[in-house]
Design a protein around this ligand. Structure first.
Ligand SMILES: [Zn+2]
Length: 74
């Protein structure tokens, strides 16, 4: 699923991926992604509802932190 978040390194739309209970945020252009494991996702569930916004913001912050370790894309 394409999100309305953009990669801070290249500006491409970030992709939200869900598989086997894990959720990840990925930039197809930089080929850099972050994943949250099933056990940690429980923090974002309350009353059996998923806080997608909160989860997405956490993934985005983690993705940005990873990109900060890399040199800017040429
Ligand atoms: Zn990127």
């Amino acid at each position: 699923m394409i999100t309305n978040l953009r990669c801070i390194r290249c500006g491409s739309p970030l992709i939200l991926r869900e598989k086997r209970g894990q959720v990840g945020l990925y930039c197809a252009s930089c080929r850099i992604g972050v994943v949250m494991l099933e056990g940690d996702l429980k923090r974002y569930v309350s009353d059996e509802r998923m806080d997608w916004r909160g989860l997405l913001m956490t993934l985005f912050a983690a993705h940005a932190a990873r990109l900060a370790l890399l040199s800017p894309q040429q």
